[in-house]
Design a protein around this ligand. Structure first.
Ligand SMILES: [Zn+2]
Length: 84
């Protein structure tokens, strides 16, 4: 029988690039520490937040600009307004 290779894997921390253990002993995997994990999450969250904000602004413009309001106003022509 071959000896089983160690289940402990070493990976590079996405936060700081340092080597860290990818195993259950490391609750912050694949990061090396809580600091790196929190930093990465913060960056991701703020980026997502700004993207969401841009999408919101676009959606707001889209919902007011397209023809719904114009369609409601269009039938009222100056001559009809004179009659009323
Ligand atoms: Zn790190």
């Amino acid at each position: 029988m071959k000896p089983r290779p160690s289940v402990v894997r070493s990976v590079r921390c996405p936060g700081c690039g340092a080597g860290c253990i990818y195993a259950v002993e490391n609750p912050y995997r694949p990061f090396c520490s809580a600091r790196c994990k929190n930093h990465d999450f913060g960056a991701w969250a703020s980026e997502r937040f700004s993207v969401a904000a841009e999408t919101d602004a676009d959606a707001g413009i889209d919902s007011t600009v397209p023809g719904t309001d114009d369609g409601a106003l269009a039938p009222v022509r100056p001559d009809q307004r004179d009659n009323q």
